[in-house]
Ligand binder design. Sequence first.
Ligand SMILES: C[S@@+](CC[C@H](N)C(=O)[O-])C[C@H]1O[C@@H](n2cnc3c(N)ncnc32)[C@H](O)[C@@H]1O
Length: 382
Amino acid sequence: MTEFSFDALRRHPDVEAENLFAVDAADRLLLDEASAALEATIDEPGTVVVIGDAYGALTLGAAAVLGIGGIRVHQDSLSGELALAENARRFPGLDLSRRFRSLPLGPELLQGAKVVLLRLPRSLGELDDLARAIAAWADPAVEVYAGGRLKHMTTAMNEVLESAFDSVTATLARQKSRVLIARGRREGIGAALHHREFHDDLGLWVCATGGAFAGTKIDIGTRFLLPHLDAMKPDARGGSALAIDLGSGTGVLAAALARSRPELRVVATDQSAAAVASTRETLAANGLAGVEVVRDDALSGFDDASADLIVLNPPFHMGSTVYAGIALKLFEAAGRVLAPGGELWTVFNSHLSYRAALQRAVGPTRQVDRNTKFTVMVSTRR
Ligand SMILES: C[S@@+](CC[C@H](N)C(=O)[O-])C[C@H]1O[C@@H](n2cnc3c(N)ncnc32)[C@H](O)[C@@H]1O
């Protein structure tokens, strides 16, 4: 394809379904509201930063429609990052892959940035991290265009932005979307603070960036799974027995497993950059820095039949969309990566009927524990 079209963008390799879209009205409004500021940077290449682009609409829209180059991009989700790269390749005539590069959240992403396009994250903690990072590292003249769907926006978001910028104004809403514009970054704002909490009952530090699931708390589903660690694949031992914490979040399960089962080689993996950073900090805080942590989408980098044990507290929403398909994708990944006889231990809301899907994706599935809220199941790879 030689002509850019938003309609050609896809979510792949993220889950695709009829009610899930790669572009939305907030992306289009953001590009429209920021177009004059973006065009003003044409003579200063490398001064535009995009944060939280879902699947590349913001980055590729700015590059293809407005002719912006040298765009620096940070996406928390690895599948979003891969989708951006794939979408850029859908228009070979436009050579869009050369117009941007993906970077972690840090000074290299933000130094010298004059315009930041930001898709508002779900959590205020994550927004606070991003606002502080922009205020700490971007150019003093930076303008932030932060957009989202009205149903996911609250006035508390304005307040978070106001703590890092002198002026925050809102555009008129269009197609149930709105953009907040922040200017005048405050001096002396430190970059993102990471939080930590010691849980006496578990004897465990939990560390979290603002974007990590459950923050420094222990999710109640996770708490329900923790007493079962010793019953998990008890015959797996020796340095070559591999246990994976799939979707590690802040790394609670990885840390607890590595501590209670030192005979296992534990690897923690998550597709979220915030989760991977939090997991690393949690492990280090508990003296378990030797546990490997990998940013990976649904075990894509793990060999077939290579693991003895996988623990999973699956997500049931993607971004702001509640969608059970993401859990199914992770069950299938676990089925592929477990060796015959290997076990997948999951915990989920009791109203979700995952047993049939677990049987299909992994093998025989048994309920181990259940209360009014949560169910723990173990599935054994055939
Ligand atoms: C419900 S949280 C559980 C976090 C942590 N294990 C705990 O128990 O507190 C689910 C985690 O799965 C991660 N996740 C979602 N999709 C994923 C994918 N495709 N591959 C790897 N991790 C994923 C999310 O980023 C999130 O951290």
